[in-house]
Design a binder for this molecule. Structure first.
Ligand SMILES: Cc1cc2nc3c(=O)[nH]c(=O)nc-3n(C[C@H](O)[C@H](O)[C@H](O)COP(=O)(O)OP(=O)(O)OC[C@H]3O[C@@H](n4cnc5c(N)ncnc54)[C@H](O)[C@@H]3O)c2cc1C
Length: 520
């Protein structure tokens, strides 16, 4: 493309108007910077957008449950003033069981022999997660420096772990590297309960319950959940796009210029420093600082180019694992689905198809070889029950994450998409027998579709696996783990950074702090 010359100059250009890009831009503007957000798509929100997939039927495109964004960040952004409304809070989780029973899951819900075991398991897990939670909203420290800004967070973490007391500290050290399969086997009898609890450790990841490190991913999720306050698991009004609309209004109120349909083709470099971006249509936008919420492989390999990176760093980025395994199924229904044995007051919540740890592990086994299981794992909501505006009067939408759907599917997604969608519907129909007859329209987004529509390499939930070697101080890769990158003036702010994916906003917030701190 031919460059058309500079049209404008800003202090900061943020690539991507997903929720992290919007959070980052708002905080930079409030810090006194002139900021432009450049979003490739026509709409904002990225993987946290709402889409109309059939006339009159709207649904959250990828993320459908808000359960990780800290209450303190929502207050800091004044989201209520900017029109954020929750259609439902404190949503219950229920494990669907094939014989028609539905197993309530959550504090106070579990009965029988597992009630006492649940209390024994849940309280210490929440305590450990709460000790780790402050890590999520801080820039990860660098190893090997003597700067207080790097030493203090390490000391604080050590102190919080020490304060757990000898028993919990020992337990944390014992379990943190374990797999969730063994942890749950140690604690519970109920096969269904173990399946439901195990799913939280692997949803959105490239793991099965027997994979090492799945207790860490579970603690990470619980740590995020411990910061959300009274809302618990919630559903934004208007779908997840409702949250991003409020974020966009907060950004606008802070003075951020937002441009959609503005795909960035290249990050520009002048004298070894980022100097702005070039849009695909040839427009050049000058900026002293460029902050990218695009995934790390897109940012470094496609937008910057390896010519500006040393070979070792470029290799680490190329090896950043980012093949997604989660697909999304959307159904337009002419009436609310009738799940056998599910009490109406629980239909408003989160429903799981993960009837045992073995079931989840077997579904994962197929994915390792580029296949999908005939029995996928699912996380389901019927958002129109809480928010009638998502569907025409009396009708409903169903939103389901379907896992494990490997990005590199044998046979290819063009061939297999319809078959996989059918399989997912058959799986649902085992729990809601009349479902098929009520379907008006359907849509399946495979990881490949998610990659294409939302510009996320591999269509990965977290922009890249959340595993020990891609975690915290080494996320996404050593040399870029504090949001700054080897190129002066270029920062990251998306899910590929600490603390990873999910609608949290912490990567955007931490990155803004880092940019403001560096310039101070
Ligand atoms: C199927 C699925 C279900 C999920 N469910 C949940 C859930 O229920 N709850 C939850 O908390 N999380 C969920 N997640 C995870 C969550 O959606 C993501 O981790 C999160 O939305 C990532 O936000 P982000 O702002 O970092 O990045 P993104 O949302 O990916 O935003 C990045 C933006 O950058 C834009 N962009 C990329 N390249 C360019 C370019 N060259 N020029 C301009 N713009 C560009 C993209 O278009 C995009 O808008 C789910 C994810 C998936 C895939």
């Amino acid at each position: 493309m031919a460059a058309r010359g500079a049209s404008a100059k800003y202090d900061c250009a943020v690539i991507g108007g997903g929720h992290n890009g919007l959070v980052c831009a708002t905080l930079l503007a409030r810090g006194g910077r002139s900021v432009v957000v450049l979003e490739a798509n026509r709409g904002l929100g990225g993987a946290a957008a709402t889409r109309e997939f059939a006339p009159g039927f709207r649904v959250s495109a990828c993320a459908h449950l808000l359960h990780l964004m800290p209450a303190a960040l929502q207050r800091e952004l004044r989201l209520d003033e900017h029109g954020f409304i929750a259609a439902a809070t404190q949503m219950p989780t229920t494990a669907l069981v094939a014989d028609g029973a539905a197993l309530a899951r959550g504090a106070g819900d579990v009965g029988g022999a597992d009630a006492a075991a649940y209390a024994r398991y849940d309280a210490p897990m929440r305590c450990l997660a709460a000790a780790l939670a402050p890590m999520l909203s801080r820039v990860p420290p660098r190893l090997g420096t003597h700067r207080w800004s790097d030493l203090v967070p390490l000391l604080q973490l050590g102190w919080r772990v020490r304060r757990l007391g000898t028993r919990d500290m020992r337990e944390l050290l014992r379990i943190v590297g374990m797999n969730v399969y063994d942890l749950l086997e140690e604690n519970f009898e109920s096969v269904e309960l173990k399946g439901a609890l195990g799913l939280d450790a692997v949803l959105g990841t490239n793991f099965g319950p027997r994979s090492p490190g799945t207790v860490l991913t579970l603690l990470h999720r619980l740590a995020g959940q411990s910061t959300v306050g009274a809302a618990g698991l919630s559903q934004p009004k208007g779908g997840m796009g409702g949250l991003c609309d409020a974020l966009a209004r907060a950004a606008g109120a802070a003075g951020v210029v937002i441009r959609t349909s503005a795909p960035v083709a290249r990050i520009e470099v002048d004298r070894d420093r980022a100097s702005g971006v070039l849009l695909e249509d040839g427009e050049r936008i000058a900026a002293r600082t460029v902050i990218s919420s695009a995934d790390p492989r897109t940012t470094f390999l496609r937008l910057l180019g390896t010519g500006h990176l040393d070979a070792g760093f470029a290799r680490r980025v190329a090896n950043f694992r980012s093949r997604g395994l989660a697909a999304k199924l959307h159904l337009a229904l002419d009436r609310a689905p009738d799940f056998t044995g599910l009490k109406p007051e629980r239909a408003v919540g989160r429903l799981l198809i993960a009837p045992s740890l073995r079931y989840i592990e077997q579904a994962y086994n197929h994915a390792k070889y580029g296949e999908y299981s005939r029995a996928p794992v699912m996380e389901i909501t019927v958002p129109s029950i809480n928010d009638a505006g998502l569907a025409p009067a009396g009708r409903h939408v169903l939103s389901a994450v379907v896992q494990y759907a490997p990005y590199s599917l044998q046979g290819g997604w063009e061939q297999e998409r319809a078959r996989f969608a059918d399989l997912a519907i058959d799986t649902l129909a085992r729990y809601a027998p009349g479902l098929r007859g009520t379907i008006i329209a359907s849509e399946l987004l495979s990881p490949l579709d998610i990659e294409r529509e939302f510009h996320i390499t591999g269509g990965h939930w977290h922009h890249g696996d959340l595993a020990f070697d891609q975690f915290w101080m080494v996320r996404p890769v050593p040399g870029a783990a504090q949001y700054r990158t080897p190129l002066d003036g270029l920062f990251l702010c998306g899910a590929g950074c600490h603390p990873g994916g999910g609608v949290i906003g912490a990567a955007g917030r931490n990155a803004a702090h880092q940019v403001l701190h560096e310039a101070a």
